[in-house]
Design a protein around this ligand. Structure first.
Ligand code: ATP
Ligand code: MG
Length: 232
């Protein structure tokens, strides 16, 4: 079974990497593919460019043989990334069942994803959650799909959901961007190679250098400014 880890990765951090590794080992996945998404123009845009996000994911994965960078969503060049299309393309390429890896927040919104029923026909879901709070909340669409063990999950190509307790790291890319904008360091929240890359290219540092007409994401910046006003 192949793990699929999608995200904006703006930037990638240990909250993505450590749970992915724990799930990979627990389920004996043959590999985990990290797939940075493209973002529709009407949504908050990433602050780093697609190329920079790819580069950072590549740097983060470099020393972990089970982890692969997969740029198919950015290569597709669409405005939006839909998991349903990505999974279809993965199934064409790989002859193995897929496990779509989600954090608890993503799981709670899953039944609002485009063609989510079709997604459940193509992949199993693996939801990483906080130790002690095993199942965030069993949504009605999830009933009857839950499996309890890796051995049980192995029997299914798709449609099942497994909740896995992982080491909880309360790290978010939003907080990291905010800290960098405040001139603070991102060290120890992500692999050193990524922190060094951010530093070297002065990513997320400067609101002024972002320009609405480029693909950077003014909406995020306005949020950050609003936050700065509120907390200041
Ligand atoms: P942002 O703050 O910009 O939303 P993020 O840190 O949430 O960024 P995403 O790229 O949105 O990162 O997340 C990709 C996937 O990683 C999602 O499934 C999300 O649930 C999961 N994830 C993100 N942060 C963590 C974390 N600290 N622990 C476990 N899962 C996480
Ligand atoms: Mg998020």
């Amino acid at each position: 079974m192949i793990g699929i880890m999608g995200g904006t990765f703006d930037p990638i951090h240990f909250g993505h990497l450590r749970p992915a590794l724990e799930v990979c080992e627990r389920l004996s996945l043959t590999q985990v593919r990290f797939i940075p998404c493209s973002v529709p123009p009407h949504r908050a845009q990433p602050m780093a460019t697609a190329r920079q996000r790819l580069k950072m994911v590549g740097l983060a994965l470099a020393n972990t043989p089970q982890f692969f960078l997969d740029d198919r969503e950015l290569r597709r060049g669409d405005n939006a990334s839909y998991s349903v299309d990505t999974l279809r393309s993965l199934l064409e390429e790989f002859d193995e069942p897929l496990a779509l890896m989600l954090g608890a927040d993503a799981y709670l919104g899953f039944n609002r994803w485009k063609n989510w029923r079709e997604i459940l026909g193509m992949a199993n879901l693996v939801v990483s959650c906080r130790p002690g709070h095993k199942i965030p909340k069993l949504e009605s669409w999830a009933k009857g799909r839950v499996v309890e063990s890796a051995e049980e999950l192995e029997k299914y190509k798709a449609g099942k959901i497994m909740f896995i307790e992982v080491t909880q790291l309360a790290i978010s890319a939003t907080d990291i961007r905010r800290q960098l904008l405040d001139g603070l360091s991102a060290r120890y929240l992500m692999p050193i190679e990524v922190a060094d890359y951010i530093n070297k290219h002065q990513l997320y540092r400067n609101v002024e250098e972002y320009d609405e007409t480029r693909d950077y994401g003014i909406a995020n910046i306005i949020d950050l400014e609003r936050h700065a006003v509120l907390s200041g």
